[in-house]
Design a protein around this ligand. Structure first.
Ligand SMILES: Cc1cc2nc3c(=O)[nH]c(=O)nc-3n(C[C@H](O)[C@H](O)[C@H](O)COP(=O)(O)OP(=O)(O)OC[C@H]3O[C@@H](n4cnc5c(N)ncnc54)[C@H](O)[C@@H]3O)c2cc1C
Length: 418
């Protein structure tokens, strides 16, 4: 049922770190907007409880207009332990921080799901799951990664109860008592393997690479290290430092270079620094085994694997979890109307964006991981929220001000007598 058709200047879709940060800046600038989505939804439902953040606490701040509410401030105000670099930050603490940020800066998050977005007479018509239709001059997509889960083609024919993606788990309870194989070599794979093992679940980790790599434990760095490979919000080294600091310059590089930087090898696949001891020597790890095919057999899943010598191995489990990452592909955003989708110019599946995070469809913007092919790898991290929040909020404030009608002076306004 159609509830109403109000209009708004800016609709922000997504209430994770990127959507919240942008909304905080829009509010501070007096830009009329609404923000939709579940508050920190991906962090609550698509990451396993007990996970530790991979980013340093100092690099896990949401962006507020006065740069006043960093994670450190949040922890200090509540007398919670905080060490800039040496603390593994639990997922639950980061969610609490996001919720506190929302209460302070973005009071009006609307928990609704966008079902359809279409062009409509110079603006956008957005239909939500409760039936409400909103007309917006500008739409900013901050929908994160969840729609872009990557699964191997070998899983396509398996019954859905036999396999899942690492992003399908908020709680790990449904896996209790099962025999599980996790496939993958990145942080999601090692996190899930360790957390399942610690719950008493029978779990093995299957890795295509010949080694399982983990980030180094944080430690004080020498002057030489700091000079030759400076630390940045997304990793160490001059290239990452430049990407973290100057996303607007990355956009000016050639397409090939930008895409290469967005997927830069230095960023993984890599297990989290604090997970190494919780995996190695505890979880059975099968290295150098590439997936050839899968088969369902008597309610179990059979994996056919091949090693570097060409030898075949068969593994059986109740359930396999593919921790095989994400690949941005806007065509998978089911709410995008086909006409709109056809008009969005793409760079390897991701939208090609202007300096104002705008797609080739005027008024439609993307921020967060979907903008990495234009603005570089910093957009894949919470650390990157600062740039679109400041820059896009400023841009929207400027362009939308042009649309505001000049205030009309009514006679009564001029002569209000006591
Ligand atoms: C397992 C895992 C661990 C990670 N760990 C780290 C880390 O330690 N440090 C780090 O910096 N980054 C980490 N990342 C990357 C992190 O996901 C991104 O940095 C960050 O979440 C991007 O924020 P976002 O606001 O763009 O998206 P998200 O946080 O994913 O938020 C998406 C929002 O969009 C909403 N949404 C989606 N679809 C719709 C719709 N149709 N209608 C309405 N709302 C919708 C959701 O409800 C949610 O509110 C990790 C990613 C994964 C998968």
């Amino acid at each position: 049922m159609v509830k109403s058709t109000p209009s708004v200047d800016v609709a922000v879709i997504g209430a994770g770190p990127y959507g919240l940060s942008l909304a905080a800046h829009l509010r501070a600038r007096g830009v009329e907007h609404r923000i939709f989505g579940e508050l920190m939804g991906s962090w609550k439902h698509n990451m396993p409880p007990g996970m530790l953040l991979k980013s340093y606490p100092w690099a896990s701040n949401l962006s507020d207009p006065g740069s006043e509410f960093a994670l450190k401030t949040f922890c200090t105000e509540r007398a919670l332990p905080y060490f800039d670099q040496l603390m593994p930050l639990p997922l639950s603490r980061f969610i609490e921080y996001g919720e506190a940020f929302q209460k302070r800066y973005v009071p009006a998050v609307e928990r609704k799901t966008l079902m359809a977005l279409e062009p409509s007479a110079g603006c956008f018509r957005a239909t939500f799951d409760d039936g409400e239709i909103v007309h917006a001059r500008r739409v900013v997509m901050a929908v994160g990664l969840h729609s872009f889960k990557r699964l191997p083609h070998q899983a396509a024919h398996l019954p859905t109860d036999l396999f899942s993606h690492s992003g399908d788990f908020g709680s790990l309870e449904p896996l209790d008592g099962k025999e599980i194989i996790v496939v993958g070599s990145g942080s999601s794979a090692s996190d899930l393997a360790a957390l399942l093992y610690e719950r008493g679940v029978s779990v093995s980790l299957v890795v295509r690479r010949s080694q399982l790599e983990f980030a180094g434990q944080p430690r004080p760095r020498t002057l030489f290290e700091r000079t030759t490979a400076p630390m940045s919000g997304i990793g160490n080294g001059w290239t990452l430092a430049a990407c973290a600091k100057y996303p607007q310059l990355i956009r000016l590089l050639s397409k090939d270079l930008r895409v290469r930087l967005a997927n830069i090898k230095a960023l993984g696949p890599l297990g989290g620094a604090f997970m190494k001891d919780r995996v190695i020597g505890r979880v059975p790890v099968w290295l150098g085994r590439a997936l050839q095919s899968t088969e369902a057999c008597d309610g179990k899943v059979l994996l056919d694997l091949i090693d570097a010598s060409g030898a075949r191995h068969s593994m059986r489990a109740d359930h396999v979890i593919f921790a095989t990452g994400y690949k941005v592909d806007v065509a998978r955003l089911g709410f995008l109307n086909p006409t709109l989708l056809r008009q969005i110019r793409l760079v390897e599946g991701a939208p090609q964006l202007s300096a104002h995070y705008e797609t080739s469809v005027p008024g439609l913007h993307f921020i967060g991981p979907a903008s990495a092919n234009s603005f570089g790898p910093v957009c894949r991290f919470v650390y990157g929220t600062y740039h679109p929040a400041r820059h896009l909020a400023g841009h929207l404030a400027a362009v939308l001000a042009r649309f505001q009608p000049a205030p009309r002076v009514r006679p009564l306004d001029r002569t209000v007598m006591p």
